[in-house]
Write a protein that binds this ligand. Structure first.
Ligand SMILES: C[S@@+](CC[C@H](N)C(=O)[O-])C[C@H]1O[C@@H](n2cnc3c(N)ncnc32)[C@H](O)[C@@H]1O
Length: 267
């Protein structure tokens, strides 16, 4: 079990965040975005009828996407106080088991077809025990699908965000929300410039951010500034996450040139 103080602080930060930002409306919570996240390894159709889990469910947008894709049953793991938002946001509670635990405490079901961890492992200081728990919860032949922030493709962004985060991760909600509002307007301009110029993060900006509502764009900015711990993975580190965990047939994809999607199979 992981008692790292960084992790506990990060989990508290997310609890506060989800209690403030509760809904999953629009493209942010859509099946269209799930298709984008899963591509090129899976399609939502492959999840139909499956028994799956999501580690780090937050306010439940991925859980609801998986429900919409036709998953038969979902184990939703969320350790923060956002757990109550997650439970409240689920339209078919009979199909979802919500667990207020950390990922490394996921029970060793041994019968899950897929486990997803979308945007959670990069907030865990030592993700190895979470990967191990996922391995034990899958059936042989089941797959672990992970999405993490990438280091490659984010050079300029990291040069700006890293020093900023030293301060912002300590700010109270109202100051962070104000700052997100301040950053929002230059971001709108940046999106417009991306249509015409080959700017950094152009592919992500036009494929994902542009499709988000103004409210969700503000939330994404807030989400970047808020958590105590966030790691940006190199390709090697992202692949190693699963290979160290005894997964096989590991495949990796540089999603929109700024993040890593990794999938591995339990032999
Ligand atoms: C950026 S959010 C992603 C939420 C959701 N997957 C989504 O895409 O909307 C990361 C989530 O991981 C959770 N988390 C942090 N540490 C965790 C851990 N050790 N085990 C499981 N979840 C964790 C946080 O509480 C937070 O809700």
């Amino acid at each position: 079990m992981n008692f790292n103080p960084h992790d506990n602080e990060t989990i508290k930060d997310f609890g506060d965040q989800w209690l403030k930002y509760t809904d999953n409306e629009g493209y942010y919570g859509s099946l269209e975005l799930l298709s984008d996240i899963l591509s090129p390894f899976l399609t939502p159709d492959e999840i139909r009828g499956c028994r799956v889990a999501e580690i780090g469910s937050g306010s439940g947008r991925i859980v609801n996407m998986l429900l919409e894709a036709g998953a038969n049953h979902i184990i939703a793991v969320e350790p923060s106080d956002g757990f109550e938002v997650l439970c409240h946001n689920i339209p078919q509670p009979e199909k979802v088991t919500c667990l207020k635990i950390k990922g490394d405490q996921l029970p060793a079901y041994g019968n899950l077809d897929y486990i997803f961890s979308i945007g959670a492992l990069h907030h865990v200081l030592d993700p190895a025990p979470v990967v191990e728990a996922a391995f034990k919860a899958l059936r042989p032949g089941g797959h672990f699908f992970v999405w993490v922030y990438g280091k490659e493709g984010n050079g300029l962004y990291l040069a700006l965000i890293r020093p900023l985060r030293i301060i912002t991760k300590r700010l109270p909600h109202f100051m962070l929300a104000f700052l997100a509002e301040m950053i929002y307007w230059p971001l709108v301009l940046y999106i417009k410039f991306c249509y015409r110029l080959p700017l950094p993060l152009r592919e992500y900006t036009l494929s994902v951010l542009e499709k988000m509502s103004p409210e969700k764009r503000r939330r994404i900015i807030y989400d970047q500034l808020n958590p105590e711990y966030a790691k940006y993975y190199t390709r090697f580190e992202a692949e190693k996450l699963l290979s160290d965990g005894k997964f096989e047939n590991i495949r990796i994809h540089h999603r929109h040139g700024y993040s890593w999607t990794v999938i591995g199979e339990r032999p």
